[in-house]
Design a protein around this ligand. Structure first.
Ligand code: PLP
Length: 371
């Protein structure tokens, strides 16, 4: 029996990639903002409709760099969500800020914008909301709150590449957005990431942060690190970008099949489409209610695993429940996020997942109903 993984990285044909990297054997220019890097950056600026894109070796360092670049007072409080990947909370902590955790909306699993204002103190400096699964945050309400209280908004948009809201690409919301191009994401550059932003004055600071603050051969003007995207990753991005629409369309067909088979089943909660949002079908989360459905999340996870199918408890645990934060944060402060993390499973989803495999996955899940 074939194993089914939770995801499978999108790749161009080897001929297409070979063709793209052939120039590198002529130039011997492998990194440090070469021609592939510059081309890919320009293509992203066009696609996303945003003034500036800065490319990174991964999404996490992109997030750390933009948190540094906006020059917020150190030790300040940043309101964020614990229902996310380790990266979001770690970036805030590693940059010397104090995360303050806001609960999530029970339908979109993004930060509950109605609960943000109650958490604002005179130490609050920013909001770092997370778009989750291809759902987007309440960007309008967050913009109003930020304006009223003079706070920066940096989105973790790792799950939301190519998502639009009312015709605008998500890259345009807030002061900046971070995207991840990790192998497991909808769009990948093997590893990689980007920051999208509006403010021209951030350009030099982001360059400094990602390339040692080197301005020229004899002038090092800033204590920066190294987080550049190399030419091979940029070439992968150029290739994968050509197939993005087609990949998202195929993911949409997989999601439609899941919805057909699992929609309306007692005790299973699926995400509703969000009004005005064109999603990228990044993940397919199902939240299980044991009393209604007949089995809990962990039983479903194990039953699928017995059948060679790898689903993912994502996000579980929430970041406030991590061992490294024991005694520092309390998962009970965000009861909705905690509850969802104990009941959610994201099912296998990638462009080439066969619809017959979706049928088999759903059959196994549904075999557990009403026992
Ligand atoms: C993947 C991911 C990141 C980190 O991106 P990397 O490219 O792996 O460093 C950050 N936040 C979220 C929500 C993610 O899913």
């Amino acid at each position: 029996m074939d194993q089914i993984q939770v995801t499978r990285s999108s790749m161009p044909s080897i001929e297409e990639y070979n063709n793209e990297i052939r120039d590198l054997w002529d130039s011997h220019w492998l990194t440090n903002m070469g021609s592939k890097h510059m081309q890919f950056q320009g293509e992203l600026e066009n696609l996303l409709g945003v003034e500036h894109v800065a490319l990174y070796c991964n999404g996490h360092l992109a997030l750390e760099n933009i948190l540094e670049a906006v020059q917020l007072p150190k030790g300040g409080e940043i309101i964020t969500s614990p229902f996310t990947f380790a990266s979001t909370t770690h970036a805030i902590v590693r940059c010397g800020f104090t995360p303050v955790f806001c609960d999530i909306d029970p339908d979109t699993y993004t930060i509950d914008a109605d609960k943000i204002e109650a958490l604002i103190t005179d130490k609050t400096v920013a909001i770092v909301p997370v778009h989750v699964y291809g759902n987007i945050c309440n960007v309008e309400k967050i913009a109003d709150i930020a304006k009223k209280h003079n706070l920066k908004v940096i989105y973790d948009a790792a799950h939301a590449f190519a998502v639009t809201y009312k015709g605008t690409n998500v890259a345009n919301f807030g002061d900046a957005s971070m995207f991840s191009f990790h192998a497991t994401k909808v769009f990948n550059t093997i590893e990689g990431g980007a920051v999208c932003y509006h403010d021209d004055s951030l350009e030099q600071r982001l360059k400094d942060l990602k390339n040692f603050g080197i301005h020229n051969a004899e002038e090092v003007a800033f204590v920066g690190g190294n987080a550049k995207m190399n030419e091979f990753c940029a070439a992968m991005g150029i290739c994968n970008l050509r197939h993005l629409d087609e990949e998202i369309k195929k993911r949409g067909a997989v999601v439609a099949r899941y919805r057909e088979l699992l929609g309306g089943v007692r005790g299973l909660k699926l995400c509703d489409a969000q009004e005005g949002v064109v999603t990228n079908y990044a993940y397919f989360p199902v939240v299980f209610d044991k009393d209604e459905f007949g089995a809990d999340r962990d039983e479903v996870f194990h039953k699928l695993a017995e059948n060679g199918i790898c689903a993912r408890k994502y996000f579980y645990p929430i970041t406030t429940a991590f061992d490294c934060y024991k005694g520092r944060f309390d998962p009970a402060d965000t009861p909705v996020a905690l509850d969802i993390s104990l009941r959610v499973l994201t099912l296998p989803l990638y462009a080439d997942l066969a619809l017959e495999d979706v049928d088999r996955i759903c059959e196994i899940i549904l075999s557990l109903t009403g026992r």
